[in-house]
Write a protein that binds this ligand. Structure first.
Ligand code: CAA
Length: 240
């Protein structure tokens, strides 16, 4: 029987590529999204993947959303915590709201979603959780104290949950993409982005499919010995 996967923020950008790659690999996929109805509807029409709108930063909304997905699509075997936002700006200009919004959407969301699926995974003795971090969570970035903190927080979350899941067949890993060609990255001012691309040894932005390939690899039944790891995919921008 096909395994079921949930991709948060799964209708646009990196998430869209992940949803499609999982579907093509035979998974039953559900794609969550937060706000852009038109994009979600177009994605659904293009791919046939069902879409579910809820705020991943809201514990109760996640609980209800995931219960609906499990009833309609199936018990979730693979959770890809991909949803994320930026609210860039130097700290002196950053409001508490912009700090909190990013922490809620990028970090608390992973707690909320994992919390909603973990008991089922434990009972079935199988689970794959992939948390989408960022090179900027590893290295920091001017103007991203909120975003970098949320993405760095994911490393501790990943390693702790990996230890909790290990004896139950649940792996938990992080992916740290570099600058990938998405709307989020294209929103960076042109001259700033040009300087960033100069710092990428392969000389280009990543493609969303570069990241989706890694999710497929980590989600596989055969990847049971990989847990608590971080896979950096950044064109050489930051080497361990
Ligand atoms: N390094 C050092 N100094 C910098 C700087 C930098 N990178 N960027 C700006 N400054 C300086 C400015 O020159 C300015 O100096 P003065 O006060 O002496 O004039 C000062 O810092 C303040 O600059 P701004 O008023 O422009 O600052 P701001 O609060 O408006 O923020 C910014 C600017 C929005 C952060 C802009 O620099 C920016 O967009 N940077 C890119 C951030 C980035 O990389 N975001 C990634 C988004 S994609 C993503 O996050 C996906 C992923 O995972 C990789």
């Amino acid at each position: 029987m096909a395994r079921t996967a949930l991709v948060t923020g799964g209708t646009r950008g990196i998430g869209e590529a992940i949803s499609i790659a999982l579907k093509e690999a035979g998974y039953d996929v559900a794609a969550n999204y937060g706000g852009n109805d038109a994009a979600a509807q177009a994605f659904n029409e293009r791919t046939g993947i069902p879409v579910y709108k809820f705020n991943v930063g809201d514990f109760e909304a996640v609980k209800a959303g995931i219960a609906k997905i499990e009833a309609e699509v199936g018990p979730i075997d693979v959770l890809v915590n991909n949803a994320g936002i930026t609210r860039d700006g130097a700290l002196s200009k950053m409001t508490p709201e912009r700090w909190q919004e990013v922490i809620d959407t990028n970090l608390t969301s992973c707690f909320n979603c994992a919390h909603a699926v973990i008991d089922g995974m434990r009972a079935r003795g199988f689970g794959r959780i992939v948390n989408m971090s960022s090179v900027n969570g590893q290295a920091g970035q001017f103007g991203q104290s909120n975003y970098a903190a949320s993405k760095a927080g994911l490393f501790g979350f990943t390693k702790s949950l990996a230890q909790e899941g290990a004896a139950k067949g649940i792996t938990v890993n992080a992916i740290a993409p570099g600058y990938v060609d998405t709307e989020m990255v294209r929103a960076v001012p042109e001259e700033v982005l040009a300087k960033i691309i100069k710092r990428i040894p392969v000389g280009r932005l990543g493609n969303t499919t570069d990241i989706a390939r890694a999710v497929l690899f980590l989600a596989d039944d055969a990847a049971g010995f990989i847990t608590g790891a971080t896979l950096s995919i950044n064109g050489g921008m930051r080497m361990e």
